[in-house]
Design a binder for this molecule. Structure first.
Ligand code: ADP
Ligand code: MG
Length: 699
């Protein structure tokens, strides 16, 4: 690969005047370590210091430059001690107020006749307008006024880093850019730039840091907008490119083409108590088309809660099994792993296939036995948690990895898995499933390394869950509902979500609730699951609930994903106002899995904040995970929606996925073109915005 020329990513900030170790540290807090990163640190807003406002025309709230003469000064002891300084300019007067002042400032400000040049915000004072702690400079003699030709940027900053320091750094950086344009090379080929009608990066950066004051405001606004979009475009492009490169890297590996297995597949489908929905069939076809390729499949299946993803995973697994290879199914929690193990065992036992099971809790002899089954190939399908990919687990021939509920794993984890799954020179096919629908904006940016399939249909016979929002002081009504539902042979969940920081306290809360419900609902068979139970205990309780031996299950959010008990028709969620939309939708998805009318009661503790109110209203109005995800993104922004673990994967300096959504199509297309025709530039862009290797660790 050709070397990327020297770029300012390698020009350290220490080359700028006045930058010592302390400043370097502070800049680092803003994510700035190079000259380029400095240039991508954009102003929050601008001040107009290009003209002097006569004191007589100042208005409260103005940020203004003034020039006037000191006529009177005194240290006032009334109220908070302050130095007051009365200025006049022939059109009116203004008070400057300083709560702190050095002896030098004191001397400067208290000499009647001194002419001052000040910049500050105008406030209403006692009987006269005033500025509190304005920036001040003495004007010597009849010197001409010092005015700026450009608007003055105000930057986002951090403690101990003054605006003036930042401005001086930018002045130097921009000057350097003018003298040596090669310090910010242009990587977008001119033809592409013209088609996209985007300015050069250098021009955009200049505009944003030094907007000319002479332009009419609307024109200026449009120019700044365009300049910002130029940067945002390149940043989104960098992310897109890096994910695509990653994908290419993976797909350069060989994979086992899975071509057979029609007979086995048919027998499996015939044994199911239902027929697949059209959406499930379509997605299975999409998967099959990938599996016959000699390079690894990288496919994300999105399907709302209850859309039937597990059976799709099983259908894919059989392709591997039919060829004598193995499939691994990874779930994010023990509970879910256990449940998948049950489903797969039920489905595959009639086909004379062994399913193995492996989680972190499996110890000693039992673990050894499982490992042996996996190593010998006796186990056709292996279900488990991430323990599947720990040291010591050796597969006889792993051809497919299914990762369920992918939203819990970031790009990083995805990659680590790909690496660990590699055995005997082959990379396994990868199928990733998520019930948290990923809005298009995110799918196109954070998940660009994957192909996507969507199960956009629920199995027939489901009635949408009715959702009600009730204040927790109407608990008695809720208890009546439980009594009624269970009296009709239905089952119910009562979820106590995390409101305490500690898991211990959370489990405690669930235990207390279970006790309280047992007292209030005598005669009802009540179970309790939470994260601190031993895995065997959890399984026992879940199995009893599934078998209908328990009627009410009190749980923490351990049951959030995947748990499937079709007879459960009532879900109570406490502290609904504290949970995110995606999580609430997931929890609610535990009911409405059978044909009975199901309902979900969101208990809240008032008063509700406006945000919480909106969230709950969205949930009440919609059962559609995609719609909910879209509204969620609007309410909270992408960082939050992806969850803290994933935000590390998508830290944007300039771009904003909501605001810049309309750029994404062009970003995708440009990424394709660059990789094809301008690989060197593509690499330079990734390096400029994301760095090399940093983001994806060892890979
Ligand atoms: P999810 O997509 O949330 O993982 P599951 O795979 O757990 O959904 O499926 C939910 C329930 O629907 C399970 O009980 C499953 O057996 C059932 N199911 C799946 N596909 C169909 C279908 N086509 N018709 C009827 N029931 C189905
Ligand atoms: Mg599932």
């Amino acid at each position: 690969m050709s070397a990327v020329p020297e770029s300012p990513a390698t020009i350290s900030l220490q080359n700028l005047k006045g930058v010592g170790p302390r400043l370097v540290q502070r800049l680092q807090r803003l994510g700035i370590t190079t000259l380029e990163q400095l240039l991508f640190h954009l102003p929050l807003r601008y001040q107009d210091r290009t003209q002097i406002t006569p004191l007589g025309s100042l208005q409260v709230g103005d940020e203004a430059v003034i020039e006037a003469e000191v006529v009177l000064a005194e240290v006032s002891q009334r109220g908070r001690r302050a130095l007051l300084c009365l200025l006049q300019d022939g059109t009116g007067g203004l008070t400057l107020r300083f709560f702190h002042f050095s002896p030098v400032q004191y001397k400067l400000l208290t000499q009647p006749g001194t002419r001052l040049h000040c910049y500050g915000e105008v406030r209403s004072g006692a009987g006269m307008l005033e500025m509190v702690h304005p920036e001040c400079r003495r004007l010597d003699g009849e010197a001409p006024p010092v005015l700026e030709d450009y608007l003055t940027p105000v930057y986002p900053t951090t403690e101990g880093l003054h605006q003036l320091t930042l401005r001086s750094l930018f002045q130097q950086a921009l000057q350097r850019l003018e003298e040596e344009p090669e310090c910010l090379p242009e990587w977008l080929p001119p033809s592409l730039r013209e088609r996209l009608k985007l300015p050069t990066l250098a021009a955009a950066v200049q505009r944003l840091h030094r907007p000319p004051a002479a332009l009419p405001p609307l024109e200026l606004e449009a120019e700044l907008q365009l300049a910002r979009r130029r940067l945002a475009f390149e940043e989104l492009l960098a992310h897109q490119l890096s994910l695509r490169q990653l994908r290419e890297q993976v797909q350069r590996n060989a994979a086992l083409p899975l071509t057979g297995g029609d007979g086995l597949r048919r027998r499996f489908l015939q044994g199911l108590p239902f027929t697949l929905t059209a959406a499930q069939q379509r997605v299975i076809q999409e998967i099959d088309a990938d599996l016959v390729q000699p390079r690894p499949m990288l496919r994300l299946v999105q399907g709302d809660v209850g859309s039937g993803k597990t059976v799709v995973a099983a259908a894919a697994a059989l392709r591997a099994v039919a060829m004598g290879f193995q499939a691994a199914v990874m779930a994010p929690t023990e509970l879910l792993a256990e449940q998948h193990y049950q489903s797969f065992s039920n489905w595959l036992a009639p086909l004379d296939l062994e399913v193995a099971w492996l989680t972190g809790r499996l110890k000693g002899k039992a673990r050894e036995a499982m490992l042996a089954q996996i190593r010998s190939g006796e186990a056709a399908v292996v279900v488990g948690t991430h323990a599947l990919f720990q040291e010591g687990v050796v597969f006889a021939g792993l051809a497919l990895v299914v990762i369920d509920e992918q939203h819990r794993f970031g790009v990083h984890q995805r990659l680590a898995l790909r690496e660990k799954g590699r055995q005997g020179g082959y990379c396994p096919h990868q199928l990733i499933m998520t019930a948290t629908p990923i809005p298009r904006t995110l799918a196109m940016s954070a998940y660009a390394d994957l192909d996507t399939s969507i199960i956009d249909q629920l199995p027939p016979g489901r009635t949408p869950v009715q959702t009600v929002v009730i204040s927790e002081n109407r608990r008695a009504e809720v208890i009546d509902r439980i009594r009624l539902a269970c009296g009709q042979g239905r089952q119910a969940y009562w979820v106590c979500p995390l409101i305490e920081e500690s898991e211990v306290l959370q489990c405690q809360a669930a235990a207390d609730t279970a006790r309280y419900l047992a007292q209030t609902l005598p005669g009802l068979r009540i179970g309790l699951v939470h994260g601190r139970l031993k895995s065997a205990e959890k399984e026992q309780v879940m199995a009893a609930f599934k078998a209908g031996e328990l009627e009410l299950l009190v749980a923490t959010t351990v049951i959030e994903v995947g748990v499937d008990v079709p007879n459960a028709s009532l879900m109570i969620i406490e502290n609904g106002e504290r949970l995110g939309l995606a999580q609430l939708h997931q929890l609610r998805g535990r009911v409405g899995r059978g044909s009975a009318q199901s309902s979900c009661v969101l208990l809240y503790r008032g008063p509700l904040s406006e945000q919480a109110h909106k969230r709950l209203a969205i949930l009440r109005a919609s059962n559609d995970g995609f719609e909910i995800a879209r509204r969620d993104l609007e309410l909270r922004g992408p960082g939050e929606v992806l969850g803290t673990r994933q935000t590390g994967d998508l830290q944007l300096r300039v771009a904003d996925l909501m605001r810049d959504e309309d750029l994404l199509d062009a970003v995708q297309q440009t990424a394709r073109e660059l990789l094809q025709d301008y690989p060197r530039q593509a690499q330079a862009i990734v390096r400029r915005w994301i760095g090399e290797g940093e983001r994806y660790g060892e890979v």
